[in-house]
Design a protein around this ligand. Sequence first.
Ligand code: ADP
Ligand code: MG
Length: 745
Amino acid sequence: MQKLLEQPLNGLMGRVQSRFQVDEEELMRVESDLGHNGRFGTQWVVVSTERILVFPDGESSEPIEIPMAEVMLARTEALVGGARLEIYRKDKPTVYVPYSRTLIAKFAEVTRGIEQLRKGESFFVNGELERIRCEKCNRLLPEKNGICPACINRLATLGRIASYLKPYRGRTILLAAASVLTTVSELLPPLVTKAIVDKVLVPPEGAEVLEGESRVGLLGLLVLALVGVRLVTWGAEWVHGWTITWLSARVTADIRSQLYRRLELLSLQFYDKRKVGAVMSRVTSDSGRLQDFLVDGLPYMVINGLMVLGILFALFSMSWQLAVLVLIPIPLILIWGSVFYVRMRRFFTRWMMAWSEVMSRVNEALTGIRVVKAFAQEQREIDVFTRRNEKLNQIGIQTEMNRAFFFTVMTFFTGIGVLIVWYFGGKEVIGGTLTLGTLMAFYSYMMLLYGPLEWFGMVNSWMTRAFSGAERIFEIIDTQTEAYQDPDAVAMPNMQGRVTFNDVTFGYDKSKPVLHNLNLDVKPGEMIGLVGKSGVGKTTVVNLICRFYDVDRGELKIDGVNVQNIRLEDLRSQIGIVLQEPFLFSGSIAENISYGKPGSTIAEIIKAAKAANAHDFIVSKPDGYDTVVGERGQTLSGGERQRVSLARAVLHNPRILILDEATSSVDVQTEAKIQEAIASLIEGRTTFAIAHRLSTLRNADRLAILDAGQIVEMGTHQELMERGGVFANLVKLQKEASEIIAIQE
Ligand code: ADP
Ligand code: MG
């Protein structure tokens, strides 16, 4: 059974089991985020088939045991900022478990589950709730079920990004060396100017003064040294820029292709939960942003970090007293930075939300551009977009204005350091305890310090954005893929084609089953017609056979083996499917037909097209089999698309053929042709046919009538008509409807 297992409660189950000496099944456990009586703390609720255990003080407490039979009612009561679970008991005080807003959805499911158990109903709760707020910090998430930018462990993310550098060790070392060299060569010039001032131009009183000739000579030497340092800086920066460009492009390309590989292997369940636009933006904008950060951010993090350290070292070794004075504004800067950081983060989260709203709208409207035009809704789409774009703009301006304000104040604070240098340093020069050269070096170093400090102020938000992008990418990379590589899977290169459903229960949302204890046994080579109202779950049955989804309960077997144990490749390669909405890729008709079997000869392709009754329409096109079908095959008619996809299934030569309303979008004549084609196709294959027009299922061996998630009638067309049940009724209705249409025509 499914579990509502969100926060693992360490070692709890062991304790529960040893205490009660039972082997009952644990169904749900949750941790509240408020203690009992409104005190600080957590409470644990564990629900099994037999009882509820409430641990009023988390792990350290003795549980209140509530046998299911004692529960009179479980309900939730809304409170300010949260709610509480109330469990009413017979002759005993009610148990309260308060929790905050974040957990409302989770506790609603728990309450529902308890009620189901109490009433002895079948137990269905949804273990995968949508997360709107972050569980750790309670902030709104920029994307449902997404990553909380505030709670990213930056060091871990940074480490993970850096691990992509491993294969390129040589260049990474070169990069590090160039970084250090750049830093050092930027730190040297103030020391040289110090020497110029103190040794050549204005030697301090009492110091040894060189004669005219050699003084000029020394000046020349020092200036030459400056030139040398400059040259080294240029060289190092060039090497640095070159390696970082190469490395970051390489790393992002690696991450992107790893990401795409994942996307192809992920289950349909993953895609059901997400907007395609949002997933696409991970491949495009998230990876782009990461690359920007790798080129312009990360290397300067190292360089600027070294710079700050180097400058501090230089300042302290020249005059520690003055250095201490100069650093006085630093705490101010830090406090200001951290106060403002919180504010900026809120702006960035809002900005990201607005951005993803704009993007998903663009994606949806352009994908559905035909519908938009068909209903003449261009202006409305434009208006919706404009509104969102305007909002994005507003938030963008606010963010930028706040940022500007932040920097102005920051510059003011850092400016204080320079004033200190002039005043206190100047006093020391007058008093003769500091040379003029040292003062100038101090000043230069202070100026050098600004860049990195400001950069660190700015990089924070930038890093947050880049890192949350990276985390979004890693989230996908870490998602469990379909079990293509399962080593225990049973190889089944030659299927017979027996399909058995044993008490199968399944729902896309686990709490709302579409199929309920479905039983069906299909012999090899048999043709089964699946009949039922729209939305009853016919396509769902087919999805399960292909293992696009896994059953929640019960078993689905092919040739006596549970589909979950069959090698996915073997399973899918022996199933041919013609979908309700045939999807063609941009390319030629021939390419589309041979999609499932690349490298087919043109003779094979033509044979398949003939079998699918598609050959005639294909050759009547000017380019024949080379006709390009456009994106999604939109230059073909619905019926043509369907026949191409039928040919695609034929060429695949599957053991199990699935026709999901394969004739729904064609006229009666074409349908007759396709029927002919199908009749020759199904020979010796197990076939599942779903058809809207019941008359087309006449040559099925048996018909299965689905209603309310179960098969309610089963038999041949003849038998079912004679029985006069649900099917006979449907046929009668359809006949009447078609008569009405005939009269209207
Ligand atoms: P049909 O019998 O018309 O083929 P389906 O099997 O497509 O019906 O759908 C059965 C039910 O499951 C419908 O209520 C539908 O809304 C729902 N459903 C179908 N696909 C999904 C999905 N990917 N995610 C969530 N619900 C779905
Ligand atoms: Mg369907």
